[in-house]
Design a protein around this ligand. Structure first.
Ligand code: SF4
Ligand code: SF4
Length: 350
């Protein structure tokens, strides 16, 4: 079990009164694991002291893997899941599916997933909207608390003004600090639990421990790095035994990383998927990053050669662009990636 040497290792999630380890478990990467691998990983996380598990109806089999791994130990875990549905009937159907997959009679925190426009917000809060279904489910004991997630702080602020959500979930890391000035202090003042998603920006940030310390020192309650290996569980948890405040030199390392990334990059959230043409969009972005940012050129080229569809197969249909919360322009970015890689190869061969 985690030794709470640092008294900040655990926290109470705002008005929910639920106490959790500040290092949570993000449920996206377990989609890549087999069921036995995921079960082993989740069991190891639970044994090591992680007790907050975040998943979603749209993370394919993530809920099912969590449900199987937590069977018999449900009472030791706090489960947060989400519905992307905007109307009450579909949100209710999602919740029932979540309960089935998670093999539980209640979800601790059920969240409205990625509410990212004013129209979205009006839809979920309005008559016949998803919130109605979640309110009813809470009265029935199927959901203990209702939360909301999103990538735009001003939309979440409006949401908190309109409804008494118990938690918010928002991206926080060295390159995504837009919630730190207003949203997070506002939520703290109202005793709302704050969950930091994308703590390493979907794997784009390499200084994992420094980033986790930066996030946990920034006023959030829990960070939920995605994990797909047992070593990551221990590495992430070790952060709780270090001082959270960064030294000037450590902060400089993160600032340099931020500068090298810019803010126009893929966070691997997979909201853009599936691509009708079969492109693995986040993987293509990752390969471009490996090629240019990390200079693993031959390695990236080998992976690209193994992929059935690559940059040039994008037909610019625009489906993914409308789904991406960061408004990335895949057709333009992929065209530019293909051209830059081709030019670089030519230069290397010359
Ligand atoms: S392209 Fe956008 S939606 Fe797709 S994984 Fe990257 S950040 Fe997420
Ligand atoms: S714009 Fe390109 S990458 Fe995006 S969904 Fe269409 S074909 Fe796929």
């Amino acid at each position: 079990m985690l030794e709470p040497r640092n008294r900040d290792a655990r926290t109470v999630l705002g008005k929910t009164g639920i106490e959790v380890c500040r290092m949570g478990f993000g449920g996206i990467p377990i989609q890549r694991l087999s069921f036995p691998e995921a079960e082993k990983l989740i069991a190891a996380a639970l044994d090591a002291g992680i007790d907050f598990f975040d998943t979603s109806r749209i993370y394919t089999d993530s809920e099912a893997k969590l449900g199987r791994a937590l069977a018999g130990r449900r009472d030791r875990a706090v489960i947060a899941s989400k519905s992307y549905s905007r109307d009450a009937a579909r949100a209710r159907a999602d919740l029932e599916s979540s309960l089935g997959e998670l093999k539980t009679d209640h979800v601790d925190i059920y969240q409205l997933h990625n509410v990212s426009t004013e129209a979205d917000l009006e839809r979920v809060l309005g008559s016949g909207g998803a919130l109605e279904a979640l309110d009813r489910a809470r009265e029935q004991g199927l959901v203990r608390f209702i939360g909301i997630t999103g990538h735009k702080p001003w939309i979440l602020e409006k949401a908190l003004q309109a409804y008494d959500f118990a938690t918010i979930q928002v991206p926080v890391n060295i390159v995504e600090q837009s919630s730190l000035d207003k949203l997070i202090p506002y939520a703290r003042a109202r005793d709302i639990g704050i969950i930091a998603m994308k703590p390493v920006a979907g794997g784009a940030l390499k200084n994992v421990k420094l980033n986790l310390r930066f996030i946990l020192a920034s006023g959030v309650d829990v960070a939920i790095p995605g994990m797909d290996a047992i070593e990551q569980v221990h590495e992430n948890l070790s952060v709780l035994n270090a001082p959270l405040l960064l030294s000037i030199q450590e902060r400089q390392i993160l600032d340099n990383e931020k500068e090298s990334l810019g803010d126009h990059f893929c966070r691997r959230c997979e909201y853009c998927m599936p691509c009708p043409e079969g492109l693995n969009i986040p993987l293509l972005h990752l390969m471009e990053g490996y090629y240019f940012r990390y200079n693993l050129k031959d390695w990236a080229l080998e992976r690209l050669a193994d992929m059935a569809k690559t940059f040039s197969d994008c037909t610019a249909c625009g489906v993914c662009v409308s789904r991406c919360p960061y408004e990335l322009d895949m057709p333009g970015l992929f065209q530019s990636a293909a051209a830059r890689i081709a030019a670089d190869r030519k230069t290397r061969q010359a």
